[in-house]
Design a protein around this ligand. Structure first.
Ligand code: MEV
Length: 305
């Protein structure tokens, strides 16, 4: 009846800064993604996925509560009853790894429901409902970049800026295998801001500035400068307390294999590390080094103008 897909995402620079008024520089990450298929089937509205299967209604528990919210809101927007449909979901995005699994599954689901009814709606707003369930008070960057499918500079309350790719960039993303919770990582930064405001604010300022410089470097096609902004952002993320020894081990391995820059991506406290390689061959070596240092998986993604 209807199919919807969505890519994952990576935050190149700007995580946590974006929660506190800064810009996040975010990229779609099509190496992983989510797919939903809607079929007609008499009975209550149901989700079938490897992670969770059951009825989608006001009482749907975690981890599917956000998807239930997005599905009910989409059907209500369309003015059709929330029944007689089954949504089959599949995703290659690891959960809790900072690659946007919650926003991408919600986007695929909303798109599949809209396709099934041959209609259009504000996908970003519907995805945001799911994100609020999953993360509390998310900035909205994950949903926005996943729905737009292009590199963006995102600041809350401002028009989203598209950031054209000025040269070829080779990113390596490695999963530490430690799953984490965005809500907890965001709360720990808020705690630091009240216990040690000077230190917390200084680190956030560094991240906000690095995000702006990273967008300029991306547009110029300047991989060297981009790598340096990534390293600076990582230092500030360490100060914020959201990096971990496991992530740092992967970062050291990436830099040892010649990466131009490396940092955690997403909320931190686990999840993935992002490294910038000089070319495709070196990206392979960086991925190999991160696997040897304990990464569960590594993906290579090229971005070209
Ligand atoms: C989410 O991928 C990254 C954070 O900045 C949280 C958010 O933007 O809502 C940590």
């Amino acid at each position: 009846m209807g199919i919807g897909t969505a890519p994952g995402k990576v935050l190149l620079v700007g995580e946590h800064g974006v929660v506190h008024g800064g810009v996040a520089f975010a990229l779609p990450f099509p190496a992983v993604g989510a797919r939903a298929e809607v079929v007609a089937a008499p009975g209550p509205l149901r989700l079938e996925s490897p992670l969770w299967s059951g009825e989608l209604d006001e009482d749907t528990p975690m981890p599917a509560r956000g998807l239930a919210k997005a599905a009910l809101a989409t059907l209500s927007t369309l003015g059709v009853p929330a029944r007689d449909l089954v949504i089959r979901m599949d995703a290659t995005i690891p959960l809790g790894a900072g690659l946007g699994s919650s926003a991408a599954t919600a986007a695929a689901l909303v798109r599949a429901l809209l396709a099934a009814h041959g209609r259009e709606a504000d996908v970003d707003a519907l995805v945001h409902l799911a994100e609020q369930e999953a993360h509390g008070n998310p900035s909205g960057v994950d949903g926005r970049v996943i729905v737009l499918g292009q590199p963006i500079g995102f600041r809350r309350g401002e028009a989203t800026r598209l950031v054209p790719t000025g040269g070829a960039f080779h990113l390596v993303v490695a999963d530490s295998g430690v799953s984490r919770n965005t809500r907890e990582a965001v709360a720990s930064v808020t705690e630091l801001l009240s216990s040690d405001p000077a230190r917390g604010q200084a680190a956030l300022e560094t991240i906000k500035q690095a995000a702006l410089e990273a967008m300029e470097a991306w547009q110029r096609g300047d991989a060297g400068a981009l790598g340096r902004t990534m390293d600076r952002a990582q230092e500030a993320l360490v100060t914020l307390g959201v990096s971990t020894p496991v992530l740092e081990q992967l970062i050291v391995a990436a830099r040892g294999a010649g990466a131009l820059g490396a940092k955690l991506t997403g909320a931190g406290m686990g999840g993935c590390v992002l490294a910038l390689a000089t070319d495709a061959d070196q990206a392979g070596r960086v991925a190999e080094a991160m696997r040897a240092a304990g990464a569960r998986r590594a993906w290579i993604q090229e971005y070209t103008p």
